[in-house]
Design a protein around this ligand. Structure first.
Ligand code: NDP
Ligand code: GDR
Length: 370
């Protein structure tokens, strides 16, 4: 039985990856941060009572900013594979917390690599580093591939640039099986609520159900290459199953603007939108409703721009070239954008319908999603 250690196991990707590795027969260990409230919602269904005879899922308290803690956990677990998914992963927030972001996202990766050296696990433990399309930043060329130059545009991306290169350096210097997956944006019903796709699908569901008036957003012109997290964790695993360590772009090869994502999301519920104005004055209005269940007033303003969501430096266009992953890893995504958005919308509608039902039955619902 192989043993994997996942940092960031409580996050979107950590949850899907843990599930995937358990179905592949792995023993899965995860590092979770101590929090004043529960932060294991996404993995609670995987929890096993430690008194069961064959426990294959175990959580350890830890933090990427704490070297001794990481060394101790790795020594205890003796993992065959480490997936370093832990990070302060919000680009906009990294402008507010640049030093912490550098520590967790940049130096955190170094701490794991050094732990492998200190524990003399260079020959045993493979390590996956969660690199990102944000490395490309200011557009140098499209589509972006493994050979496109980097130009990071946020404290997050700069921290991830350090993590990318220290991973390459430890591979070359110490022969560690260390790999970067340069993953483009990937989403799911488990996506954090403040990333743009989930903010849109939650907002769309609430507006359709009469729980919210409009969604305030930032740059509607930004273009992203959006895939499904389930497809992308499969790629992470494949990257560590190769004969030689290497770096791979994981993407769909299709780019879509935030505005078109919104149109798609509302469209799934039979609501068509039209946008008027530009820049700060751009607004989205209901044009038509073809589903009697979600009968919004025609002309209702449902999208508005709030400059609070603009970033000091923006990444305008991401579109990945996944040719290397397709040929070498034999990786192909199963989801297209429409399938992804549909799954997210259906899930968010269900969440809020349940809430309405409970409230109407007289129960007080503490709304964790408000
Ligand atoms: P999430 O934000 O959903 O999850 C991040 C995880 O990291 C959470 O478990 C979080 O814990 C944990 N974490 C944060 N800070 C620390 C720390 N100091 N020490 C230990 N753990 C910490 O991110 P995703 O699942 O979406 O992304 C996974 C990784 O992939 C991240 O590194 C991200 O930067 C990277 N990435 C993501 C892409 C995407 O589109 N999703 C694309 C490319 C790269 P807690 O739950 O307690 O907050
Ligand atoms: P990103 O994702 O920055 O690409 O990082 P995010 O969903 O936050 O933004 C995508 C684009 O949408 C624009 N945008 C808004 N973004 C947010 N969050 N909120 C808004 O209201 C809003 N309005 C417009 C942004 O300006 C941006 O252009 C994600 C993270 O998962 C990273 O950890 C990961 O490395 C990259 O994807 C690949």
């Amino acid at each position: 039985m192989k043993t994997a250690l996942i940092t960031g196991i409580t996050g979107q990707d950590g949850a899907y990856l843990a599930e995937l590795l358990l179905t592949k027969g792995y023993s899965v260990h995860g590092i979770k941060r101590r929090s004043s409230s529960f932060n294991t919602d996404r993995i609670d269904h995987l929890y096993q009572d430690p008194h069961e005879p064959e426990v294959r899922f175990k959580l350890h308290y830890g933090d990427l900013s704490d070297s001794t803690n990481l060394i101790r956990i790795i020594q205890e677990v003796q993992p065959d594979e480490i997936y370093n998914l832990g990070a302060m992963s919000h680009v906009k927030v990294s402008f507010d917390t640049p030093e912490y972001t550098a520590n967790a996202d940049g130096i955190g990766t170094l701490r794991l690599l050094e732990a492998l050296r200190i524990l003399k696990l260079e020959g045993k433990t493979k390590i996956y580093q969660a690199s990102t399309s944000e490395l490309y930043g200011l557009v140098q060329a499209v589509p972006q591939s493994e050979t496109t130059p980097f130009y990071p545009r946020s404290p997050y991306a700069v921290a991830k640039l350090y993590a990318y290169w220290i991973t390459v350096n430890y591979r070359e210097a110490y022969n560690i099986f260390a790999c970067n997956g340069i993953l483009f944006n990937h989403e799911s019903p488990l996506r954090g609520e403040t990333f743009v796709t989930r903010k849109i699908t939650r907002g769309t569901a609430k507006i359709a159900l009469g729980l919210q008036d409009k969604i305030y957003l930032g740059n509607l012109d930004a273009r992203r290459d959006w895939g499904h997290a389930k497809d992308y964790v499969e790629a992470m695993w494949l990257i560590l199953q190769q004969d030689k360590p290497d770096d791979y772009v994981i993407a769909t090869g299709v780019t879509t603007s935030v505005r078109d994502f919104i149109i798609l999301a509302f469209g799934i519920l039979g609501i068509s939108l039209e946008f008027k104005g530009d820049g700060l004055n751009e607004k989205g209005y209901v044009k038509n409703c073809s589903n009697s269940q979600y009968n919004l007033e025609i002309g209702k303003e449902v999208i508005a721009v709030d400059p609070a969501y603009f970033r000091p430096t923006e990444v305008d266009l991401l579109i990945g070239d996944p040719t290397k992953a397709k040929t070498k890893l034999n990786w192909t995504p199963k989801y297209d954008l429409k399938g992804l958005v549909k799954e997210m919308i259906i899930s968010d509608v269900e969440i809020f319908e349940k809430e309405i039902l409970l409230k109407s039955a007289g129960y007080y619902v503490k709304n964790q999603f408000e």
